[in-house]
Design a protein around this ligand. Structure first.
Ligand SMILES: [Zn+2]
Length: 315
C-alpha cells in the first residue's frame, strides 16, 4: 500500500499529494479503515444492476466435451436487463469459458508472470493488470471477482494478477532491481531518479525483464482495453481521448471521482505505452483507495465488464 510519502508515486497517474491530503472528500470516501462502511452506506455510487449469476450451471456438464464456442452458444441463460439491446449471445460462465493460463515471462527474482484467459476467444480483448507497483495490491480482489463472474458475450478477457510479482512478494513498489516498472516502458522513457528512490526508471527503456515480458505479451494479444490498478489516490484521471467516456462510466459505477492526477514524473508509463503501441487501444489507470472492501471489489468488477461492452460498442 502507498503510505503518505509514496502517495505521489502511485500511478501515472499519481498524484498531487496536496490534493490527496487536503481534500476531505478523498479522505472521507477513500474506503480507509472504519470509513469503509460509512462510505458504502452513505454514498451509494451507482444504480447499475450487477449481472445476475448465470443459472445454467447445471447444463455445463453436458457441454464440457464440446468446444468452448459451441458450449457458449448452447447455454440457455437469460440476458440481463443491463445487457445491450443488440446482444444476442448469452453471457459465458466461468465453468466453461476458461481458456488457459500462461506464464508470459519471469521476474528479476525468477517469479513467473502469469496471465489467465477466459471468455470468448476472438472477441474484444480486455486485459486487466492487478499489480504493477508491488505495494499496491488491492486490485487483486477485483481480479478474483473477474475470474468467476459471468462474462458478456464476445469478451476475450486476460487477467494478470501481477506484472511485478517480486514487488508483490516483497511488499515494495519496485521490482527486484528496485526499478519502478511504471516508469520503465520505452514510450517517452527518461532517466528518472536514482537507485533507491521511488520513481527510479531503470538503466534504460524496457531494461527490466518484467517490462519486456509485458510488451511482448501485449503486442501479441493486442488488447482493445487495458486497465491498471494503483493506490491509493481514489480517483480516475479524466481524458479527452477516446477512452474518456469509458473512464467516466467506470467512475460513475464505482463512485470514484474523476480527478486529475499529478505530482510525479510520468514518463515510461505502462498505460501510455499501450495506447501508443496498439492502434485504437484504450488503456487507463484506476487509483483505488487505501483499502478495498469486498462489495467495492464487486462493483469494480462490474464496472470492468460494463465498459468492456461499451468498448465493443464503440468499436
Ligand atoms: Zn501505483
Amino acid at each position: 500500500m502507498c503510505v503518505a510519502t509514496t502517495l505521489v508515486g502511485c500511478g501515472s497517474g499519481s498524484s498531487a499529494s496536496s490534493a490527496a491530503t487536503s481534500s476531505p472528500a478523498v479522505v472521507s470516501t477513500s474506503a480507509g479503515g472504519s470509513a469503509d462502511v460509512a462510505a458504502a452506506t452513505t454514498t451509494p455510487p451507482l444504480t447499475i444492476t450487477v449481472a445476475p449469476a448465470i443459472t445454467a450451471g447445471t447444463v455445463t456438464a453436458t457441454t464440457e466435451t464440446t468446444t468452448t464456442a459451441s458450449a457458449a452458444t448452447t447455454i440457455p441463460t437469460t440476458i440481463p436487463a443491463t445487457a445491450p439491446p443488440s446482444t444476442t449471445a448469452p453471457f459465458t460462465d466461468a465453468a466453461t469459458d476458461f481458456l488457459g493460463e500462461e506464464v508470459i515471462g519471469y521476474s528479476v527474482q525468477g517469479r513467473p508472470i502469469v496471465a489467465s484467459h477466459r471468455g470468448t476467444a476472438g472477441g474484444t480483448v480486455i486485459l486487466v493488470v492487478g499489480v504493477i507497483h508491488g505495494n499496491e495490491n488491492a486490485g487483486l480482489a477485483i481480479l478474483d471477482e473477474l475470474r468467476t463472474r459471468p462474462l458478456p458475450p464476445n469478451i476475450d478477457l486476460w487477467l494478470m494478477d501481477a506484472m511485478n510479482p517480486d514487488g508483490l512478494a516483497n511488499d515494495v513498489r519496485g521490482n527486484g532491481n528496485q526499478v519502478d516498472l511504471n516508469r520503465n516502458f520505452p514510450h517517452d522513457w527518461t532517466a528518472v531518479a536514482q537507485l533507491g528512490e521511488w520513481e527510479y526508471s531503470g538503466t534504460g527503456p524496457a531494461s527490466e525483464p518484467e517490462t519486456q515480458a509485458f510488451m511482448a505479451f501485449a503486442d501479441r494479444i493486442r488488447p482493445s482495453l487495458t486497465l491498471w490498478y494503483h493506490q491509493d489516490l481514489y480517483r480516475i484521471s479524466p481524458s479527452t481521448r477516446s477512452d474518456g467516456p469509458l473512464r467516466e462510466r467506470y467512475a460513475h459505477i464505482t463512485g470514484l471521482p474523476l480527478l486529475t492526477v499529478s505530482g510525479g514524473t510520468y514518463t515510461g508509463v505502462a498505460a501510455t505505452w499501450v495506447r501508443k503501441t496498439v492502434p485504437e487501444a484504450m488503456s487507463f489507470i484506476v487509483e483505488l483507495g487505501p483499502t478495498l472492501t469486498s462489495p467495492e471489489a464487486t462493483l469494480h468488477a462490474a464496472a470492468v465488464l460494463d465498459i468492456a461492452t461499451m468498448d465493443r460498442a464503440i468499436g
